[in-house]
Design a protein around this ligand. Structure first.
Ligand SMILES: Cc1ncc(COP(=O)(O)O)c(C=O)c1O
Length: 429
């Protein structure tokens, strides 16, 4: 193993070992798509801190907005008094969200948005049942962990979690029990048949408050549900009087080549959840839904001290401005194509099962975790930071900043190929 740094030694002594670490890189600062590591090394960040920094690190417009706001007002609580960035961000989200989703609750994180959405769905429908999809990741709080099925380890040892949560399969051909030799549409039909069976055998339709789905599995492996499946799910929710919640915490705000995945597939959810990229690097989450639905959420039965904090909102607004002004939503599609083009040689590798892209979310599925982990270790040894996802960490995901210079991205992808082919031997090997 590479020598540990002084920062790592201190971290291991004082921080809880519960947090899993992809790396122990001691970072001094970030600039654009580059991380400057103590000691002078520079690493290309193709993780965006797990899909959080869409305009890179320390973008001058975001830094200026944060400085300006923190000097004016860093906190008052949205329930105590009004402030401009909070309202302006909500107004901007309404412009970005599918039509009709015109009312916003701001929180601090993805998990908090998910938990709030479940409370909203249950209270508004008077029903308790939530149907989630296998492989989905919705967060680490107790409720969100109950809804999360990307890895069973996320529930280990936690005893009884939320009641009335039911898990349907997700249309993921490579993980499907009917075998991998079919396309996503067929998998979608199979999944819908499974949901019908659930409604016959496990949960009466009139008990279902909501379907909660990531249109593209994030932590679960970078797998997109086909548009046809999501349209059918929308129709099913309407038929049984349930709500459709899209968890777009990882997909939202340009990453998919549209402002939301909902826009890309042409399906309007009842509730849209955003976080991660929303704060441009600061903590922020949002529950976006039609006013008539929010109106059924009884006043004061939900709230948050820090939710929609002025500095996070200013950072989020500046980030959305940069995404809009620099045309980064369209660029996400281009970046995905660039990565797929560069990774073409990997398709010949027997250990690579699939390379798939959805806007600027690209997943490379390997035969097993060891192959994926060796590839990211090799890439890191050559100064390219990537992380895995998938139930077994068998998928490497590319999550570049949407303004990453194309040459850097191409060079990073080529480095990854050499690492995946075993041409770069990590120091820890
Ligand atoms: C789709 C999705 N939902 C919810 C969450 C939880 O977000 P947070 O970590 O901000 O609580 C995540 C985090 O990875 C996510 O990817």
């Amino acid at each position: 193993m590479a020598d540990s740094t002084e920062l790592e030694t201190r971290a291991r002594a004082v921080l809880s070992p519960v947090l899993g670490h992809y790396t122990w890189l001691p970072i001094e600062r970030g600039e654009g798509s580059w991380l400057h590591i103590q000691g002078g090394r520079r690493v290309l960040d193709l993780t965006c801190g797990i899909a959080v920094t869409p305009v890179g690190h320390a973008h001058p417009r975001v830094v200026a907005a944060v400085r300006d706001q923190v000097a004016k007002l860093s906190h008052i609580c949205a329930g105590v008094a009004l402030y401009e960035p909070n309202i302006a961000l909500a107004e901007r989200l309404v412009e970005i969200a599918p039509s009709g989703l015109d009312t916003v609750f701001l929180g601090n994180s993805g998990a908090e948005a998910v938990e709030g959405a479940v409370k909203l769905a249950r209270q508004a429908t008077g029903r308790a049942g939530i149907i989630v999809f296998r492989g989905g990741f919705h967060g680490r709080t107790t409720g969100a962990a109950t809804l999360t099925t990307s890895k069973s380890a996320y529930r280990r040892g936690y005893g009884a979690l939320l009641p009335e949560v039911h898990t349907a399969p997700f249309p993921y051909p490579l993980a499907c029990r009917i075998g991998p030799e079919h396309d996503a549409e067929v998998c979608g039909e199979h999944t819908l048949a499974e949901i019908d069976a659930m409604l016959d055998h496990e949960i009466p339709p009139e008990h279902v408050a909501a379907f909660l789905i990531e249109p593209v599995l994030g932590e679960g492996g970078y797998v997109a549900a086909p548009a046809s499946f999501l349209r059918e799910l929308r129709a099913l929710a309407d038929r049984i009087g349930a709500l459709l919640i899209f968890d777009e915490v990882q997909t939202g705000l340009g990453r998919t080549g549209t402002w939301t995945a909902a826009e890309k597939v042409g399906v309007r959810p009842d509730i849209l959840l955003l976080a991660k990229a929303l704060g441009g690097g600061l903590p922020l989450g949002a529950i976006v839904a039609p006013r008539e639905l929010h109106a059924k959420w009884q006043t004061s039965t939900h709230g948050s001290t820090f939710g929609g904090n002025p500095v996070s909102c200013a950072s989020g607004l500046a980030t959305l401005d940069v995404i809009r002004d620099e045309g980064l939503v369209d660029r996400a599609n281009h970046l995905g194509r660039v990565i797929v083009e560069e990774l073409a040689p990997l398709r010949r590798e027997s250990r690579v099962r699939e390379v798939r892209a959805y806007g600027a979310m690209v997943g490379v599925e390997f035969d097993e975790a060891a192959s994926a982990k060796a590839a990211i270790a090799g890439a890191l040894a050559a100064d390219v930071l990537l992380i895995t996802c998938g139930a077994h960490d068998q998928v490497v995901r590319f999550i570049p900043a949407l303004n990453v210079p194309e040459d850097d991205l191409r060079a990073g992808a080529r480095t990854f190929i050499r690492a995946a082919q075993g041409a770069v031997v990590p120091a820890s090997a």
